[in-house]
Design a protein around this ligand. Sequence first.
Ligand code: URA
Length: 217
Amino acid sequence: MNRNGFDRSWEGFLPKNAVVMTKACRITAESDSLEKIANDLDGCRRCKLCKERHTIVVGEGNPHAQLVLAGEGPGENEDLQGRPFIGKAGNLLEKMIGAIGLGREDVYICNVVKCRPPGNRNPEPDEIEACSVFLHRQLDVIRPKLVLALGRFAAQTLLQTEEMISHIRGKFFEYRGAKLMPTYHPAYLLRNPSSKRESWEDLQAVARELGLKVPQK
Ligand code: URA
């Protein structure tokens, strides 16, 4: 017992990095895997996004990636094909990582919500609440050196903040032993090409942090 009367004796027995899912189900990063996460998502009906989705877009890429790209949620193409970032925003994302010498096969790409919000609306708080545990689990399994949070929903969810993306982009934060940098979402850059300059500076900093050769320009 501590002096507030709470029994804390169990704390030392909880494995490090324990992720408490529900009272009945406790999963640790050590016993978790990307395959288990995909299985747990199979047929998911945890939130209302299940009603209109065609496919659950779990994520894809290198399971040992040093860099994970976390987006917001699948769009129309992703919903139909079951792969993240394959539309126009995905094209730009590929160009962005290509500029620091990386391809899709080098990174892992996933989203905060795994099902398409109808009409590409923003994901709602209850949907993020229901789904974000899967993103945290993916990151706990992959244990990347760096997470690039694409846009406000990824950044705010992973950092548990309400700060605006324009205030936090380009800075490194700590996320469960990894570094995390928020940056603009590629869909935002398509609508606001003048922000590409800042986004490029963010990517150069990411390349430096990963020990990649930093292209000047
Ligand atoms: N936008 C996202 O945030 N994620 C995708 O997978 C596609 C578009």
